[in-house]
Ligand binder design. Sequence first.
Ligand SMILES: [Zn+2]
Length: 215
Amino acid sequence: MGRTQPANYTLSITMDREVGGESLVFIAETRNAAEVAELEELVRELQHGCKVRLVSLGPVTAFAVKPKEDADEAVSSLVEVARILQAISPRYTKTYLQQFDATAYRIVEDLALETGARLQPLPQCDLCGKLDPFPTTLHARDGDNVSSSAGTYCSHCVASMSAASDRQLVADLIHADRRNFGTYGSVQLAKTPRRRGRHLSFTARACTDAVAATG
Ligand SMILES: [Zn+2]
């Protein structure tokens, strides 16, 4: 790539921040399509008070779940989520309930491979490659809507930034994730974001210089 002209433009950057890294994964060995459908229905019900993401569907059906931090509904903690899932466990030949982590995912992967269940795509961290069912995400869009970039970050990477504020976290992630945000050069965030729950939106100024934009 050749040298490009320095450019100065406005960006809109939004972050959906995921708090609390812990989630559970519920894995059930099913006997028939009716049991799979029953679990899909359970996933829909849980979505009222929890964040839920399917991990595998079929003879081995698995989903990751964590409470919504801003929900008024009954499900308020991981303990309570675990209680609901333990109560339905006896209906299935075999179930596992554990914290979602690399080991738990490998169990699902192995079981899915053995039984022919369909693994569902999970978000992958753009900094360390780790799978995270509930990542923090960043989106940047330029004022003319000509270009946009997005990044996905696991709870471990977000925690390791030890950012003092949401604004600092956005700045740190943009700085760390050169692959997705490198083309914007240096980015100056406005002081105050617009905030809707965990959805933050910043106006920013991007400044690319001729050297930074090469290659
Ligand atoms: Zn990561």
